[in-house]
Design a protein around this ligand. Sequence first.
Ligand code: ADP
Ligand code: MG
Length: 404
Amino acid sequence: MVWISRVIKQDVNIFDGPTLLATSQRDLFAQGLLPERTPDTVYRAIALQRLPTFVGEDQIGPLQYQLAATPIKVGDRDAILTVPMTLRQREIEREIAELDRSVNLGAVVFILLGAALGYSISGRIGDPVQRLTRASRRIAAGDLDQHVVARTADELQGLVEAFNSMAAELSRQREQLQRTNRLEAWAEMARQVAHDIKNPLTPIQLSAEHLRRVHHDRGTPLSPVLEQCVDTILLQVRMLRQISSEFASFASAPTARPTPVDLAGLVDEVIGGYRIGLPSNVRVESEVAAGLPQVLIDRTLLGRGMINIIENALHAMPSGGTVSVRADQIDPSWVRVALSDTGVGMDAAAMARLFEPYFSTKAAGTGLGLTIAKRNVELMGGRIRVESQKGAGTTVSLDLPVAT
Ligand code: ADP
Ligand code: MG
């Protein structure tokens, strides 16, 4: 029996009728720890009811255990084989308890891990989301200079970057809109000023000239003082006319009609206007590269732009100097006209506001000359750039498209 019990790893007992016949737990029975009587339930089921197998509960003292039983033949006697599962059951219970413990431990570890993960995720997601929300509110309130900084998971980083570029774009567009509105308001003002200045100019000029002519015809020329006054009036009228025409040209939104033009001719024409009447210490020179291709420009608009630039150059050289106009091809599709002077130059502050309408450092300046030059050049697909060094001079470059 002991051998069998080792093989099946269970205790086994054989009962003959109501009493024990053989057992693998001899000691327990011998010490009286187990009753030698066949358990009631087993006896009833196998011996009386003649069931082929029986599995049921039995009790020894406080200990409940499972018991399996089946009838066997021992020699010619009907005996009952029982297998008490106490040990096995305890083992199972122990295993279950152990399993329970590990499940509980697992659950605790899992919960802690979850909490830690949640904490870290909430840090990585919640924080940037909060910043985005705050920044969105500020943008909605009109403060467009928002930039969110966040080091986070990939998707959220993408969202933050998209948000930043949206904010930058919004801010850029608002600036553009403001500039457009400003330009429109300025143009409207220029239109009115040009109109209001121009009308009285003609009668003023005519009256002054009339005064002089009448005296001349009568043979009584004006006194030198009066003659000087008339000169001043006529000079100032000419200046006002220039201002008025700058305003008018700024206010009108011209359309460029580009045609292929020979730059050499245009440069000659523009400079020709300055050949006479220049102070003796000022020189104007030009150098147009030989074999320059034609450029696709609006002759009138470019000519006006160049005159504005040359006017500035002359004004920047109160004690004399040189204005030079050079035209060269810089690459297959662009020709550059560079207008340089040896004048006073500009500081960074002036450079920054150069193309702003009404920015002028001159007492009688309109601040429109370069604004108009830039607009005209850009209208025909060209580019304008200014380089300047305080005290040394200024170069304005116009890049013009080659006519193909
Ligand atoms: P305005 O001539 O009526 O002042 P502009 O738009 O032509 O207006 O020029 C704006 C300002 O830029 C000038 O007042 C002057 O301060 C500066 N500027 C332009 N051209 C030159 C130059 N060649 N040298 C120095 N300063 C210049
Ligand atoms: Mg000017």
